[in-house]
Design a protein around this ligand. Structure first.
Ligand code: COA
Length: 328
């Protein structure tokens, strides 16, 4: 069997129509634009309309990505939806997306790794491609966090938003080679989890525990500390595994949680913040959707170019964290 690598050949995104500024929130919640902006960098977030489901956001982002890649739905072998806000407990949101895209072939499932979900799902797609089992995957991060926020808890509800992003991943002949700028593709993925930290970021409900959906709970300072440490460590792990250095990475596309976390990571890695793609200001923390949303912005405005080395990395509830090093 010929050696295959995974290439990202298209990216798309979708944000709901309703944009809510910090000032809008301050009308209903005991908060201020100044507090949110200074602690997080967030200026606004998007909120899904009544009846607008995670699968609707996901399908819109997937259509956008398919169009960009010039790929038709009948070429898709696998649909992965990274989400922790699925439409229903089951079936998987990915199967709803499959139906909404009019696809009747291949297979589809959800990946649940909270804010690390997109990196986890990309790793799953990459491994299916490298093993020769599929040729084309849609990898989507999609969330409606507005539905699991406790809108009376000002310490969490101001931080999150709804949205979706997607990439098309295709099999390409030949191994991905770190030293060859012409070999576009995923060089490696690195996934981690440590369930001992469950209580610093979780949802206090679920089908088996409470038979309710529950609300997001977080110890912000603890999450902040782990985020900076783990994101810096996994970035170093990814470049080292490829015989590269951080100086070789043109763009860092981290999970968009908080500008201060990303600046902390940049400082720890001694990387200029101008090499970090930051879009959290515009859409807040959209969990599994945040990396493809940020990617779409940086591809559309021309910052990410063919041949660039791009490091995607995330951390989320679990704790889970991970990275993917990609030659564009
Ligand atoms: N508006 C105004 N005041 C607020 C507020 C809000 N929305 N939320 C909390 N406060 C208040 C608190 O009540 C507290 O008041 P007190 O000192 O009178 O008790 C004060 O602000 C300080 O809160 P604190 O929690 O110490 O602030 P912080 O500097 O740690 O910032 C976070 C809080 C949540 C912004 C910060 O911890 C963080 O970003 N953590 C990481 C969160 C994250 O990104 N999670 C997802 C990762 S995937």
């Amino acid at each position: 069997m010929p050696v295959m690598r995974s290439q990202i050949v298209g990216c798309g995104s979708y944000l709901p129509a309703q944009c809510v500024s910090n000032a809008d929130l301050a009308i209903k919640i005991d908060t201020t634009d100044e507090w949110i902006l200074s602690r997080t960098g967030i200026r606004q977030r998007y909120i899904a309309a009544d009846g607008e489901l995670t699968s609707d956001l996901a399908a819109a982002a997937a259509r956008h990505a398919l169009g960009r890649a010039g790929i038709t739905a009948d070429e898709v072998d696998l649909i992965l939806v990274a989400t922790s806000t699925p439409d229903d407990t089951f079936p998987a949101t990915a199967t709803a997306v499959q139906a909404k895209l009019g696809i009747t072939r291949g297979f589809a499932f959800d990946v649940q790794a909270v804010c690390s979900g997109f990196v986890y799902a990309l790793a799953v797609a990459d491994n299916f491609i490298k093993s020769g089992q599929i040729r084309t995957a849609i990898v989507i991060g999609a969330e409606t966090y507005s539905r699991i926020l406790d809108w009376t808890d000002r310490g969490t509800c101001v931080l999150f938003g709804d949205g979706a992003g997607a990439v098309i991943v295709r099999a390409t002949a030949g191994a991905a080679t770190a030293s060859d700028p012409d070999s576009a593709g995923i060089l490696s993925t690195h996934l981690h989890a440590d369930g001992r930290h469950r209580d610093i970021l979780y949802v206090d409900g679920g089908p088996s525990s409470t038979q309710t959906v529950g609300h997001l709970r977080m110890t912000g300072k603890e999450v902040f500390r782990h985020a900076v440490t783990c994101l810096a460590a996994v970035a170093e792990e990814a470049v080292r595994a490829n015989g590269l250095s951080l100086a070789d990475v043109r763009w860092f596309v981290p999970h968009q949680a908080n500008v201060r976390i990303l600046e902390g990571v940049a400082r720890k890695l001694a990387v200029g913040p101008d090499r970090m793609i930051m879009t959290v200001q515009q859409h807040a923390n959209t969990s599994a959707a945040s990396i493809p949303l940020a990617l779409d912005v940086a591809l559309t405005d021309g910052r990410i170019q063919r041949g660039h080395l791009v490091l995607l990395e995330a951390i989320g509830g679990g704790l889970t964290w991970g990275a993917a090093l990609v030659r564009w």
